[in-house]
Design a protein around this ligand. Structure first.
Ligand code: SF4
Length: 432
């Protein structure tokens, strides 16, 4: 009899938000959630397939689950299940593999597991046009909730498997988003992070776009902070920039995937802009929005990326006003256009290029953080990391640690930023 479950979630914020919703559903139906370090009757692995490394992490999570719960069952759900179900099902300990269309009915599949309903349930994503019902509060942390407002993507970047695993772009109804925002507020959340595969492409049935959604969420809820998880560069409008500039509750944080710093590679990736456009955008953001944090994703080792392309990317990243970089190594994903190109950069070279960019990211992060020394900031404290140390975020994505006796978790507190550590700042509370 399955009475307890634990979750292991890999990949993006959208996956985490979906895991929270599914966990909420299982708990509502009477199952008990336990930590993934404790034995559970069932371990659910919400998987990721965006790169080969993500696939390997899914296999690692299966092995770790077997160690933590030797007698328990294992269900793998999500993108990797959709991508290679047979491979996952053949791994020791796996009882159930559910694709992206099936994962929301996990509870029904758990019931069949009791009667020997092991197996693979993955239906094709083609034409899957419904926005998957969530309708429950997501609870990424005690203070920040990742709220899914969009799924799927109609772009066809040549390296990306996501549109094949998540289907076409679709958006959640505005009324449902407002309802969940109010619920999250009632539950005590201070911040909502709008999440999706391509959030900027949000389009409600009546044509309302992301800016309309944000305006309505701010108008109809008292939520203290609203953050956009990430947005494609061609979808950052002047209206959005003005909103972030003028609306205090909207976080001054943009995560805008660049993917590459050379026009030649961007073309080959089928991205929708050139470096000149991207530069104009981020220059405008840093001009218009004081203290804005701009982060980005970059992919190294794309087929054909020669030394010159890489240097071009490095020089662009070095000069551009980025606060941090997320660096990924290219790996061919079966079914994408890029998987048909010659993967001509050796693993060592990819590793070397990615480590150069990771070092650059550390430098950029440090320079960004240094700009705020001796300034005051409002921090939303999220958790206690040591006996007396709390950690939280500013709206412009600075991680702040503060030694303090009182429990400020889930409170917005004024802090003086005193010292820069590797990727955070030590602060002192100046208002209680
Ligand atoms: S915008 Fe490109 S990289 Fe992002 S999910 Fe869509 S296809 Fe993938």
């Amino acid at each position: 009899m399955i009475k307890t479950f634990s979750f292991r979630t890999l990949g993006c914020r959208l996956n985490h938000s979906e895991s929270d919703s599914i966990q909420y559903d299982l708990t509502r139906r009477g199952l008990k959630a336990v930590s993934c370090l404790e034995p559970a009757d069932l371990t659910v692995i919400n998987s990721c397939a965006v790169t080969r490394q993500a696939e390997a992490k899914t296999r690692g999570a299966i092995a770790a689950s077997r160690r933590a719960s030797p007698g328990g069952k294992i269900a793998v759900i999500g993108c990797c299940s959709h991508f290679c179900p047979d491979k996952l099902m053949s791994l020791p300990g796996v009882d159930l593999v559910l694709g992206n269309c099936e994962k929301y009915n996990l509870y029904e599949y758990i019931l069949t597991l009791e009667w020997g309903g092991n197996g693979i349930y993955v239906s094709p994503i083609n034409g899957y046009g419904a926005f998957s019902p969530i309708g429950v509060a997501s609870s990424g942390s005690q203070t920040r909730a990742f709220m899914k407002v969009q799924d799927g993507c109609d772009y066809r970047c040549t390296f990306c498997i996501i549109p094949f695993l998540r289907g076409k772009a679709r958006s959640r109804k505005i009324e449902a988003c407002i309802e969940e925002a109010k619920l999250l507020e009632d539950l005590g959340f201070q911040e909502i992070v709008l999440t999706g595969v391509n959030v900027g492409s949000y389009k409600a049935e009546d044509g309302k776009d992301l800016c309309d959604l944000i305006e309505l969420l701010l108008r109809n809820s008292g939520i203290k902070r609203l953050r956009i998880s990430s947005i494609e560069p061609d979808l950052v409008s002047d209206r959005l920039i003005n909103m972030v500039k003028n609306e205090k509750r909207l976080c001054r944080h943009f995560h805008i995937p660049l993917q590459h710093g050379s026009d030649e590679i961007l073309e080959s990736m089928h991205r929708k802009y050139y470096i000149k456009d991207f530069k104009e955008l981020i220059d405008k953001l840093s001009r218009e929005i004081p203290e804005v944090c701009i982060g980005t994703d970059v992919l190294v080792g794309f087929p054909g990326e020669n030394e010159e392309n890489f240097v071009e990317m490095y020089e662009f990243l070095e000069k551009a006003p980025f606060s941090y970089l997320h660096v990924f190594r290219f790996s061919p994903r079966l079914g994408t256009v890029a998987s048909g190109l010659e993967d001509d950069i050796t693993p060592n070279e990819k590793k070397c290029r990615s480590s150069i960019l990771r070092n650059l990211s550390c430098l950029k992060k440090r320079n960004f953080l240094n700009r705020f020394l001796d300034k005051t900031a409002i921090v939303l404290f999220e958790k206690r990391i040591k006996d007396e140390c709390l950690v939280g975020l500013t709206d412009n994505y600075i991680r702040v640690k503060a030694v303090v006796n009182r429990n400020f978790i889930n409170e917005l507190v004024k802090v003086k930023l005193k010292r820069v550590n590797i990727d955070s700042v030590e602060g002192e509370i100046i208002s209680e």
